[in-house]
Design a protein around this ligand. Structure first.
Ligand SMILES: *Cc1c(COP(=O)(O)O)cnc(C)c1O
Length: 437
């Protein structure tokens, strides 16, 4: 006999009279009965919208469809519907149809950095591998909103094989990030196959799964699933909790199963206006996460995807949140705040300022309390002259394959191994003039 909350009991009875206790923990039941229209939403929660509201909502759904699992629906607080963080993340808002001047369909240019059917290759040593287009729920703030509501689609075996071949042929790829859609919406045997193929590629050192399943459909984390995942170590899982109200008994159980299977857990939160743009909410969230063995990993500034304007905060809000965490709580409970660069530049970390000033041998810093302090740098620092011949080195640098001549970006400017002294944007007027003569 399972114990359901009043909400859960009522919702289950309204969907499947007489069977509430049997069906509630069956994840496939939740997928079958996901709520995709306004009337069902009203009927299951006992709320009703006015005619004009309903017309606007229907119009929104034509562009951006809705899908809510009965489980996630049961977390909605109907006493304060329009301010409820669960409602705001799952239920359409007519504001989604407002497009701002800088909004883009694909702000991260994922469709451009796309060398194989399911691969986005942006960073030197790691790739995004989109293994499933299916999600248990459609988050209203999805960065891939352009794709939400495309017909549910699992890439064909041929497309997966072609993508695996790309990974196999590129030995610099040491980290593969399975994403989607949600990889945990795949059948166990399909996911097992992809993970087994990746295990067989020698240069792939770690695999990560990005999933919102522990938040929106925790019953999917079955013992069969975690037994299978545990056969593919080293495997990491990153999940996506945005608000403390999402951490329920059921999701805690799912997280415990994953952690007990030896999987290191991380969490990526999106900063969302009206949902979690508050230092106190965020501190509660990170504390609940670490209690459940989940390390807060990233806090994302909301992307410039079309349909997300009403969720965006200024960057200052994110910095205020990080200011309220660093020093005030455990270091491992503080996520890195990042802006995913529009145009495909990748994630850029953003922080409050801690270095206040700097002279020849002194750095002036401030701490979280406002104490201003100085750090005295050494008068003479003799850099070790390094000929990169680690085999002859008495120090600790005996690294296989260390090769600083391959440094990229700012690290290249710092390395001194390369004649490059400046990184210059292409096609500026000044440089076009130079080329002209
Ligand atoms: C976020 C992301 C990764 C992984 O980045 P990490 O900083 O290593 O977590 C890889 N590829 C793409 C395209 C990404 O957006």
């Amino acid at each position: 006999m399972t114990i359901l909350s009043n909400n859960q009991q009522e919702i289950a009875e309204r969907i499947d009279a007489g069977h509430a206790d049997e069906v509630w923990r069956d994840w496939k039941w939740h997928v079958r009965h996901a709520i995709t229209d306004i009337s069902t939403f009203e009927r299951l929660l006992g709320v009703s919208f006015e005619d004009e509201e309903r017309r606007q909502l229907e119009e929104t759904l034509e562009r951006f469809p809705m899908r809510i699992t009965p489980y996630y629906l049961s977390l909605i607080d109907t006493n304060d519907l329009w301010n409820d963080p669960i409602f705001m993340q799952s239920f359409p808002s007519p504001a989604e149809l407002q497009v701002e001047p800088d909004d883009m369909e694909d702000p991260l240019a994922e469709d451009a950095d796309h060398p194989a059917p399911c691969i986005t290759h942006r960073y030197p040593d790691r790739v995004l591998f989109l293994v499933s287009n299916v999600c248990a729920m459609y988050c209203r703030h999805c960065t891939r909103k352009r794709k939400v509501g495309d017909v549910d689609y699992i890439p064909s075996e041929a497309e997966v094989i072609e993508s695996l071949d790309y990974i196999r042929e590129n030995p610099q790829i040491r980290d593969v990030l399975l994403s989607g859609g949600d990889p945990l919406m795949l059948p166990d045997d399909r996911l097992d196959w992809v993970l087994t193929e990746l295990d067989d590629i020698e240069h792939v050192e770690v695999v990560r799964i990005g999933t919102r399943i522990p938040v929106t459909l925790p019953y999917r984390v079955t013992e069969d699933l975690t037994d299978m995942l545990a056969r593919h170590h080293p495997l990491w899982v990153n999940t996506h909790f945005n608000h403390p109200a999402e951490i329920t008994d059921s999701s805690e159980k799912a997280l415990a199963r994953l952690a007990d299977a030896g999987i290191p857990l991380g969490n990526q939160t999106v900063l969302l206006a009206g949902v979690n743009d508050c230092p106190r909410i965020m501190k509660t969230l990170v504390h609940k996460l670490v209690k459940n063995r989940v390390r807060p990993y990233y806090l994302y500034q909301c992307d410039l995807s079309e349909g997300l304007a009403h969720f965006r905060t200024p960057v200052s809000k994110g910095i205020e949140i990080i200011e309220n965490l660093i020093g005030h709580t455990s270091g491992f409970a503080v996520p890195t705040y990042v802006i995913d660069a529009p145009g495909g530049g990748g994630k850029i970390p953003v922080m409050p300022q801690y270095i206040i000033s700097w002279a020849t041998n002194r750095v002036v810093l401030r701490n979280f309390e406002g104490v201003i302090t100085t750090y005295r740098e050494p008068d003479s620092y003799e850099p070790v002259w390094c000929d990169r011949k680690c085999a002859n080195c008495d120090l600790y640098l005996k690294l296989d394959g260390a090769d600083e001549s391959k440094a990229v970006g700012i690290a290249k400017l710092l390395s001194g191994e390369d004649p490059t002294t400046a990184l210059v944007p292409e096609h500026t007027e000044r440089f076009e003039r130079r080329n002209g003569c």
